[in-house]
Design a protein around this ligand. Sequence first.
Ligand SMILES: Cc1cc2nc3c(=O)[nH]c(=O)nc-3n(C[C@H](O)[C@H](O)[C@H](O)COP(=O)(O)OP(=O)(O)OC[C@H]3O[C@@H](n4cnc5c(N)ncnc54)[C@H](O)[C@@H]3O)c2cc1C
Length: 384
Amino acid sequence: MEKTADVVIIGGGVIGASIAYHLALKKAGRIVLLEKGQLGEGSTSRCVGGVRLQFSTEINIRFSLESMKTFEHFEEEFGVDPEFRRIGYLFLAATPQEMEVFEQNVKLQRMFDIPVELLSSREIEKRWPYLRVNDLVGGTFCLQDGYAGPSEVLTGFAKAARRLGVKVYEMTEVLGVSLREDCVCGVRTKYGDISCPVVVNAGGPYASIVGDMVDVKIPVKPLRRQVFVTAPFRLSDHPIPLTIDFHTGWYFRQEVDGYLLSGPLDAEPSFKTHIDYEAMAEASENAVYRVPALEKARIARGWAGLYEISPDNHGILGRVPEVDGFILANGFSGHGFQHSPAVGKVIAELIVDGKATSIDISSLSIERFKKGALLLEPMTAFRD
Ligand SMILES: Cc1cc2nc3c(=O)[nH]c(=O)nc-3n(C[C@H](O)[C@H](O)[C@H](O)COP(=O)(O)OP(=O)(O)OC[C@H]3O[C@@H](n4cnc5c(N)ncnc54)[C@H](O)[C@@H]3O)c2cc1C
């Protein structure tokens, strides 16, 4: 393994791989990416791949718009089909208050020319007749939203990064980050140390453990989300949008010949990644309530993964004031996959040019928590 590098990235998920690629593209020097297991084995491999423009804060919309450009041309840039399917996201509101939030969101989204439709429950019933609508006030739909393959996208970034000279080491856990007078000077692994002036924390749900290595408290908590998939089943001959019951946070979408149903999100942080029967029952109940025909579907499998939740459900990006050379790309709160192209780009700009220019990331700085400048959304955030 290298003894020196210009940048070491800790974590080989979709975020670390995107940063590695964008740094190499900007000729940032000798770049090393270290992954404690296999590439993508963290949250990235558990992700359901949702990609949307329908966000409720300006900063998230900017990350979506920038990332969307990459998803649209992914195969040309990376030579890998990202399996990007534009089936739309349909948000459902069950109360007038939720509908008010949707109306505010649509106002904001239209300022960015996002083609989002505001729908009544009657229109929803007409277009998606398999949905129960008697308790709905309305909803929003954007056909530009959809989903892509997390492992395909990760593979694209990682292959391109390697082609451009990035050294990628799997099964190589970073055990510590070395400092000299509050400046990063290297990382320690069981295979040896690497001297470097810049370390990127792309540790996903482990971000705060990586932060502890330099005594920086990173407020990111791991929360388990379970998901289930039905055996082959057909609801309609038309494409099914990714449909979200905003009231409960439950969502579903097509998955090959069946449907992917979201299960509950844990209330308490943990690193648990098993599925349980109660969660499957809850996912099925929510499904049958909103889509009565799913009563005849059978659950075939399920899995669980960890969201990396920040206190305001927004990413934590950029430098930390206490340690020079320690860069954060954490806390995406269930949106990290879809924002990974833009995150890679802005972090590479920050490291190489000294400032992120594609998107102003100052509002995502870790200092916002000390200053009380949280990026709060109008209602509890939806996590994909
Ligand atoms: C069920 C589920 C559904 C989701 N659905 C969506 C969705 O629809 N859309 C969306 O945008 N996002 C979604 N997400 C969120 C998304 O998966 C994450 O935001 C994203 O994968 C984060 O990528 P990452 O690279 O930061 O983290 P990870 O993929 O977890 O990568 C971090 C890596 O760091 C490694 N690591 C940690 N510590 C060390 C160390 N000391 N040394 C070396 N390596 C280390 C880990 O092994 C891990 O591989 C979902 C998540 C889950 C769990």
